[in-house]
Design a protein around this ligand. Sequence first.
Ligand SMILES: *Cc1c(COP(=O)(O)O)cnc(C)c1O
Length: 391
Amino acid sequence: MKLKSRYGRYGGCYAPESLMPILMEIEAGFIKAKEDQSFQSEFQDLLKNYAGRETPVTYMKNLSKAYGFDLYLKREDLLHGGAHKTNNTIGQLLLAKYLGKKRIIAETGAGQHGVATAMTGAMLGMDVEIYMGAVDIARQQPNVERMKLFGAKVHSVSSGSATLKDAINDAMRDWITHAEDTYYCFGTAAGPYPFPEIVRYFQSVIGQEAKAQMLARTGKLPDAIIACVGGGSNAIGLFSAFLEDKSVMIYGAEPAGKGMDTEEHAATMNRGVEGVFHGMQSLFLQNEDGQIKEPYSISAGLDYPGIGPEHAYLQSISRVNYKTITDEEAICAFEILSKKEGIIPAFESSHALALALKLAKETLCGKTVLVNLSGRGDKDLQSYFNYRGEA
Ligand SMILES: *Cc1c(COP(=O)(O)O)cnc(C)c1O
């Protein structure tokens, strides 16, 4: 590998030997594409004219007043596709095209990354095949229908627990056998190097825009920034622009599910143990034998048993503070933003908002705070009514 593959002791490239040539080809292509004017102009053009960048930063007038701080949201919910995932799929599919690959595969858990990949593949005229656990297919039907409408083929994965981690395993297996003509579009800033770096790069537009917007609006940097962490892509996209700004406090919100006193959570940063899985050294929820545990969160998009390696590193050097938010706290934030500001946040993003509202009473009292609203919550309405027992 040409670039450094590690973040402190985390990261690396624990891939099967047969994949190493293709991972090195991707790394070389990525380094070249970044410097290539025609790649950059096509990427920027699609972000602007297809996906609708830049996304606004919106001041939350009512919540700021009620909670005693200045709250701004970075509005990735307004991006085409309804979440930040579009930044990544446009970037990676253009990279695939740049490398001459015509067939795209991807894994998906809740289906959001599958939908974003299928959507972008339709626009770029590429063949897309999605790996998805059989259990997830049954509980995320609308997303399966969207993927099919976009022309993607959906493979049902029934091995293991038939969820996200098994879908990743099967997608990797497909890739090993079809590496010459196939590009694996990974969904978050995790997996074997260079994926964490590639996804970080394509999502860094969030932080760059937000920083300039906050400076223009308030004349200074925010005192704190907050994002939810599943695998960590929307979070690293925002954080990357602020890591060197020591005055800016940075928080990640991870899912405590039904509570940290239960086994039903997905709090990898707080409860994960170091290990190697999905091609990277990072923190994972695992049992005593090192077997990966099934995570739980009401927000399907945060339901990953691992975390991108850079987050594990940022926690180890205490640059970012990762705190847990329960289902109930996230749902309350979902209701508050809907009722007070007329914006329905994704369950995932509701975790970040919940953390901001919680900290407004103490550390963030009177401060200027920027929260990444990673996606919109229309997809979560049914789950919301089920949760509140109003179905
Ligand atoms: C998928 C998703 C996430 C979690 O993924 P990250 O890689 O951690 O960003 C967060 N928010 C929304 C809206 C999502 O769709």
